[in-house]
Design a binder for this molecule. Structure first.
Ligand code: ATP
Ligand code: MG
Ligand code: MG
Length: 551
């Protein structure tokens, strides 16, 4: 229900609007740092920021928070733009970069210095840490804290010109070394980085800190509600301090919400980058990754991700969401919208002895059992068929509803067949089932016996070979990050990918294009991989039909 305020941010905004704040405008922003690919946690922030703007007829900017040039790259920028679009959102106006404001931020640093509110500190990083104090112990003033305005201006100019090495000095705001909030103990405003920047090239060798950049960028863009995650709550007094002590053109406010954590995975760009760099996965878009590009390749739809974000809501309570919720969001979407098809993932040969080699008939099956508008598909029935190896049991367990020697089963949408003979190879493995079909069972049930169940099948003569990649969770432990003693690598699932190279799908899938999604009947939901070609068709399992993990 889109009319009910289902999150506290919307409630705050409604109150602000009722008071006539910000001239009735709502402007938000999504501010990723381009130091990795976006993950499901970012999707929550995207849905919140863009969704809030939509709800209140406002605007949402896409702003790259690019103040750490060494860790950032154009590749990450491009992937982020693509992911935001794919999720279905459009930012207002041009894409913004914090680096667009470096000149202005530099001027504002000068403004602070001239007002006696910032100084160049020449303590080493180590000394600065010592002087900073702890939660229970106040910090100590740096011996450089009382430098004159003139000296600070001169030193800051030298910093800018590149006269210092990295770490030789920093510009700090002069606030309060005894503040109970460590963020207020003279935070760093500018630091030296002799690094090439993806947007500004070699123009700068000093870069503003996150805290000095974020709120001021918000003010420059006229952001009304600057929504960020809870770990920035302690930074809010600093956010406000800069806004109050600088001649900024607007008065943005910061609000915090809880980060999204998901079980059986990690949601930290740093850790995801490790998985990529160490080769545990194929890349940032590996279908096992909780990245947006990985989920896309896995077969998630944008709507399922948006629905999931709606479902989990927005609160101020940190917690870990069960990945089962995400899986059920995509299951619901695909159940309603994915056409059905048959694919035998691990085939065993079936020969219909009483069906002529030269015969072939086409059966018509609905593309979707509950949605006639999706039309029909046609599958050929021939003498040589394939069924799933796990649908046959030589010694059938109790309540077996599939194929067994002497038993009859219905082939979905086609005839009832009976298994008359089991052929094995020298190793004793079953290699073929010789069966007979009951010609009277086309579209009707036999009257004198009852088939043992319904199984899926394809024609061996007229189907399409494909590779099926069965993906599972990346970690075997619900909270791979939760054990301080043990590294998350220890909990990697060795069976997170099982590749089935001998699968065969019904012939209609021959030209299925990347990202088309299907329900393979009785097997799960699958999506054509982005690397798939007509010569080598590859399907990724998005999710099983039912939640099969809890066994
Ligand atoms: P990471 O720890 O994965 O590097 P980050 O917060 O450093 O994440 P940013 O690029 O700065 O990554 O994130 C952009 C926006 O997305 C920020 O506003 C941030 O608060 C939000 N965000 C990041 N991770 C999550 C998450 N797990 N849940 C909700 N929002 C998140
Ligand atoms: Mg960040
Ligand atoms: Mg980060």
């Amino acid at each position: 229900d889109s009319t009910k305020p289902n999150n506290f941010i919307h409630q705050i905004i409604e109150d602000d609007l009722a008071q006539g704040l910000n001239g009735g405008k709502v402007i938000t922003r999504f501010p990723p740092e381009p130091n990795g690919y976006l993950h499901i946690g970012h999707a929550k922030s995207i849905c919140l920021n863009f969704g809030t703007a939509q709800r209140f007829n406002g605007q949402c900017n896409l702003r790259f928070d690019d103040t750490n040039p060494e860790k950032e790259s154009q590749e990450y920028i491009d992937s982020i733009i693509e992911d935001v679009r794919w999720l279905g959102f459009q930012w207002s106006g041009d894409i913004c970069y914090s680096s667009d404001y470096f000149d202005q931020l530099y001027d504002w640093a000068l403004h602070l210095i001239k007002a006696g509110k910032a100084y160049v500190d020449s303590l080493s990083a180590h000394e600065m840490r010592e002087f900073r104090g702890t939660l229970v112990e106040p910090g100590k003033n740096s011996p450089y804290r009382e430098r004159s305005v003139e000296e600070n201006l001169e030193l800051f100019e030298k910093m800018r010109k590149g006269d210092f090495e990295e770490g030789e000095c920093v510009l700090r705001a002069k606030i309060d070394m005894a503040s109970p909030n460590i963020n207020m103990r003279d935070p760093v405003v500018y630091r030296i980085r002799h690094a090439h920047h993806h947007q500004t090239g070699d123009k700068w060798c000093i870069y503003p800190s996150y805290d000095f950049t974020h709120g001021q960028s918000d003010a420059l863009e006229g952001i009304t509600h600057s929504i960020c995650t809870l770990e920035f709550e302690d930074h809010r007094p600093l956010y406000d301090w800069f806004i109050e002590n600088l001649p900024v053109p607007a008065r943005p406010r910061q609000y915090e919400f809880a980060r999204l954590g998901l079980n059986y995975t990690v949601t930290s760009k740093r850790k995801l980058k490790l998985l990529v760099d160490e080769g545990h996965v194929e890349g940032w878009n590996d279908p096992r990754m909780p990245t947006i590009s990985g989920m896309r390749r896995r077969g998630f739809t944008p709507a399922s991700i948006r629905n999931f974000c709606d479902m989990i809501g927005v609160t101020r309570a940190n917690g870990i969401v069960d990945v089962g919720m995400l899986e059920s969001a995509i299951r619901d979407d695909l159940d309603a919208n994915a056409p059905r098809a048959m694919c035998v993932v691990d085939p065993i040969k079936v020969t219909i002895a009483n069906y002529a080699e030269s015969d072939e008939e086409w059966f018509e099956l609905p593309a979707h059992p509950k949605d006639e508008s999706m039309g029909v598909r046609k599958v050929p029935f021939t003498r040589n068929l394939l069924i799933e190896r796990e649908d046959f049991a030589e010694e059938k367990p109790r309540k077996w509803k599939r194929m067994a020697p002497g038993d009859a089963v219905r082939l979905r949408g086609a005839y009832v067949i009976r298994c008359d003979e089991v052929i094995k190879n020298d190793q004793g493995e079953v290699v073929e089932l010789v069966c007979s079909y009951d010609a009277a069972t086309k579209g009707q049930n036999p009257t004198d016996y009852k088939p043992n169940g319904v199984i899926h099948w394809v024609s061996a003569d007229n189907s399409v070979p494909c590779e099926v990649r069965l993906y599972d969770r990346l970690f075997t432990e619900a909270n791979p990050d939760g054990d301080k003693e043990r590294d998350f690598h220890e909990f990697m699932n060795p069976e997170s990918l099982v590749v089935m190279t001998g699968a065969r799908a019904e012939i209609g899938l021959k030209r299925a294009v990347a990202e088309s999604r299907y329900q393979f009947e009785r097997t799960g939901y699958f999506c054509v991989d982005s690397t798939s070609t007509e010569d080598k068709l590859v399907f990724n399992r998005t999710v099983t039909l039912r939640d099969s993990w809890a066994k």
